[in-house]
Design a protein. Structure first.
Length: 213
């Protein structure tokens, strides 16, 4: 079974743009800071320029020994030799597995008990549950799951479980004690003064903090 690092870094193109930063600078900061599982999250079409950046990002991850995941897009993941993270409205995981093959990492988002139980039977490497807490990374987020419910839902699957949504360094130990294996973090990894050096320092802080738990 796949062992996930405690930090699952999500590089959200919209969040980076709002900070006025360059996508690849932020990506390099995350990788240099110690992120070993990195997802490119882009809600919208893939322009040729964005695809070129994704190609570069895939190489950065390979060179660093980090897992690279593409959000939603099985076709882009196939072209880049990457894994994919699927939502409830995306291509079914079984079809993604047929396309990507047995070695690609595939993750699947769930938001309640029924989805998590159903996801447990899918050919995926991990399941995500959330939002753990209130989040601003989605325009129309699902209802907050909360710590107590996450601890209960943990019992529904033996697959690695990733918590996502509004996670901070203060809430990280609570979620790990509730039984999740990894923490998907978006906004908390991107400082207001966003540059490669500040992102690297922020990710280093997270990696150090989680290594102590």
């Amino acid at each position: 079974m796949e062992v996930l690092p405690k930090l699952y870094a999500i590089l959200d193109s919209n969040a980076v743009e709002r900070r006025g930063a360059a996508l690849l600078d932020v990506a390099e900061g995350m990788i240099e800071g110690g992120a070993r599982l990195l997802q490119l999250r882009h809600k919208g079409r893939y322009s040729r320029a964005l695809y070129a950046k994704a190609q570069h990002l895939a190489k950065l991850c390979r060179d660093a020994g980090a897992r690279f995941i593409v959000d939603d897009r099985v076709d882009i993941a196939l072209l880049l030799g990457a894994g994919v993270h699927l939502g409830q409205d995306d291509l079914p995981p079984s079809d993604a597995r047929r396309i990507l093959g047995p070695r690609a990492m595939i993750g699947f988002s769930t938001h309640n008990a029924d989805q998590l139980a159903s996801g447990d039977s899918e050919p995926v490497d991990y399941l995500a549950i959330g939002p753990a807490f209130a989040t601003q990374s989605k325009e129309n987020p699902d209802p907050v799951v909360g710590l107590e419910r996450i601890a209960e839902l943990r019992k529904l699957t033996a697959k690695p479980l990733v918590a996502i949504g509004g996670i901070t360094l203060d809430s990280a130990p609570l979620l790990l004690r509730a039984g999740v294996d990894s923490l998907a973090v978006i906004g908390a990894l991107i400082p207001e003064a966003c540059a490669k050096s500040s992102v690297r320092a922020r990710v280093e802080e997270w990696v150090r903090g989680l290594d102590m738990l």
